[in-house]
Ligand binder design. Structure first.
Ligand SMILES: Cc1ncc(COP(=O)(O)O)c(C=O)c1O
Length: 205
């Protein structure tokens, strides 16, 4: 797309989002950036809500707010008009199983709404019941605009993943040309989808 003014995605230290060029760039540890050129431009990282290791004398709730407010500072530094999205795992996995204080995600949501920034909840490890609700964002009380999903979708019986998007994003894509003109060799593979549907049927009970 041409003339995109909001290009920056804010991620976090200790994040894990995958191994393709952009996903590896979103990861928040230098071990994922060892190939030349990563992170790619327009991806920046802020602190994560690691109270156990970095909370100091603050209570978990105080630290959760402080940690979330580092998002607001970063947005102001960069210029809100340049920031497209914030991405985070509800509970950070590969970075050390970091469970956020309860105050963290509602404050992140408030900040994203204030500046019109899309909120991406990476549900690859938290989705499909792993935090006691269907999605980690429900457990932590926030409503994302996009949700990458995978693992629990088929309980690993077949490889399947996807991104769920809010209607407001789908509507923009439709207005711009009717479809999202990217795909994978195996997009919508019927066997993987059948395994996903069967898994979700069982998960309902
Ligand atoms: C939170 C999170 N996001 C994304 C990914 C990447 O998923 P994939 O390896 O299917 O690209 C992982 C992989 O473990 C993950 O833990």
């Amino acid at each position: 797309m041409k003339n995109l003014k909001r290009r920056i995605i804010i991620s976090r230290k200790r994040a894990y989002h995958g191994s393709t060029v952009a996903a590896a760039s979103l990861c928040g540890d230098s071990i994922y950036h060892e190939m030349d050129g990563l992170p790619i431009p327009d991806i920046v990282h802020i602190d994560c809500p690691y109270w156990y290791g970095e909370g100091g004398d603050l209570t978990p709730d105080e630290f959760g707010l402080k940690s979330a407010q580092s998002l607001e500072s970063k947005i102001k530094d960069l210029g809100p008009e340049k920031v497209a999205a914030f991405i985070g795992e509800p509970i950070q996995g590969a970075g050390g199983l970091i469970v956020p204080p309860d105050t963290y995600w509602p404050e992140i949501q408030r900040i994203c709404e204030k500046y019109g920034i899309l909120l991406i909840s990476d549900e690859v490890i938290c989705g499909f019941g792993r935090t006691g609700n269907w999605f980690g964002c429900e457990t932590y009380g926030f409503k994302p605009d996009l949700m990458p999903i995978a693992k629990g979708l088929s309980s690993g019986y077949m490889p399947i993943g996807g991104v769920m998007i809010h209607d407001k994003i789908a509507e923009v894509l439709i207005k711009k040309g009717g479809e999202f003109s990217h795909g994978y060799t195996y997009s919508g593979h019927p066997v993987a989808c059948a395994a996903g549907i069967a898994t979700l049927e069982i998960d309902r009970y």
